[in-house]
Design a protein around this ligand. Sequence first.
Ligand SMILES: [Zn+2]
Length: 270
Amino acid sequence: MSHSTDFQDSHLHLSHLSQEDIDNIVSKALNLNIQRLFANTAEEEEWAGAIQAGKRWQAVTPFLGIHPWYAAHATPGWQERLERISRETGCAIGEIGLDKKCRTETETQESVFKDQLEIAYRHGRPISIHCLGRWERTINMLQDARGQKQGTPLLFHSYSGSVETMQRLIRLGASISFSLQNLNQKKSFEVMLQTPLEHILLETDLSYQVQDKATKQKATIEHIILLYEKVAKARHISVKELCEQTWKNGSIFTIKGTNRRKKSGKTGST
Ligand SMILES: [Zn+2]
């Protein structure tokens, strides 16, 4: 089966929206040939929505997690619930991580991140990571959680680190995902140019990131196509080649057997 012109949004948020809005976004995505959407969550109350969206739409891969911004508000017992849902549904884990700029105490961020990493490694679940300025600690914690276990797919979303850190992450087997907001910055644009194509992913981070600083316009699903065009041009390859490569790169993050691509899109009735 060819995926020659299929786009993929490797990091977005859907579950804070109403079902109607989610359906509209996914329908629009499918019409634009964006056939794969990695739907991340930031707190427990969003998990059910992501699972539901994944059931309704073949294109949606749910990632369940607690973002460092919300780590202090995690409801006791969340670890057992996350582990149980992950076991039952096979869902991936994300977005989780460490953030130098957020108000949550470092200790709390690290303890919530550690528990989630352990769940992911215990069950071999792909992980979507948010990291701002805490690269050394993030890499150490990943290595500790992994221990003797087998690796699991790692995705660094909205990558803002250096070329050197990108190279270290790639040695860990990670994929590096860029948003339009990243690529509006010269430094990240340079990093994107140096990231091996087999490790590149692209994302909108809908609807958290602005696409255009001047107009403050929020990212929307169709911006993923602009991003593909921008990256393809900069890397001197066709959009088709970029689609093929990123589709391949993204395949390790989808849930076996439950996210097979289907043109018909919707899986459930209502
Ligand atoms: Zn996000």
